[in-house]
Design a protein around this ligand. Structure first.
Ligand code: HPA
Length: 240
């Protein structure tokens, strides 16, 4: 038990999917998992454990943004012994090379958050994905014929940037592909606590063209991303 989580020891599987939205956690559990069981309901930030292809897996909502994500990731690893954390989220596109519905497998996550800045002295810490998770995700996505990119995202604390896409110009010039709000904190806390993490993001809105995914495509894309993440979670649990 923690101030944010009323699950008991042993309630979480070794591998946990992390959507931001609690209702997406519920949807993932009820749609995909065998015998899903609610393990956390504090603040309605829902967490479930069930099985996928006969193997235990959990899903826990993180809420929006890096402070909230950092709390759930810290407690999942430090208190509940979770080893593998896979974010399943959406992102805004920063380049027309990434099409609506494409997946970004976030190799790195730049950030404006104090979570990745404080404590590193003069250094700019470089939050990155676990390589084994990332390479297995690439393999699974390619086998399933999913359009995917491997590269950088930026995890920003600011959704409504007053400068819009201009705020990201220098990052774009350095190859950053998408903007979201959680991956850098996930990578930083996971690294600190010696757990493995990957953020998988579906591009749902392009900041260059202002195109947005429609409701039906959003659902199909989420299904593709979640099945990829679940396959990754159980594949990695076998080799962890
Ligand atoms: N900005 C930040 N986070 C996001 C976006 C965005 O445009 N789209 C999806 N998540």
């Amino acid at each position: 038990m923690t101030p944010h989580n009323n699950a008991r020891s042993g309630d979480y599987a070794e591998a946990v999917l992390l959507p931001g939205d609690p209702l997406r956690a519920k949807w993932i559990a009820e749609t995909f998992l065998e015998a899903p069981r609610l393990v956390n309901s504090v603040r309605n930030c829902l967490g479930y454990t069930g099985a996928w292809k006969g193997r235990p897996v959990s899903v826990q909502a993180t809420g929006m943004g890096q402070p909230s994500t950092a709390i759930y990731v810290h407690e999942l690893v430090a208190v509940y012994g979770v080893r593998t954390l896979i974010r399943v989220g959406t992102c805004g596109g920063l380049t027309t090379d990434v099409k609506l519905r494409d997946l970004i497998l976030a190799a790195t996550a730049s950030s404006d958050s104090t979570i990745v800045r404080d404590g590193f002295g003069p250094f700019a810490y470089a939050p990155g994905a676990d390589f084994a998770l990332l390479s297995k995700a690439v393999q699974l996505a390619d086998a399933a014929g999913m359009a995917r990119h491997v590269g950088g995202v930026v995890s920003s604390d600011i959704f409504y940037q007053p400068a819009g896409i201009e705020a990201y110009r220098t990052l774009i010039a350095h190859g950053v592909l998408g903007v979201e709000m959680e991956a850098a904190a996930l990578y930083t806390i996971a690294a600190r606590l010696k757990a493995r993490a990957l953020a998988i993001c579906t591009m749902t809105d392009c900041l260059v063209t202002s195109e947005e995914i429609d409701v039906e495509a959003r659902q199909t894309s989420l299904t593709d991303m979640v099945t990829l993440a679940l396959d990754l979670a159980v594949a990695e649990a076998q080799t962890a």
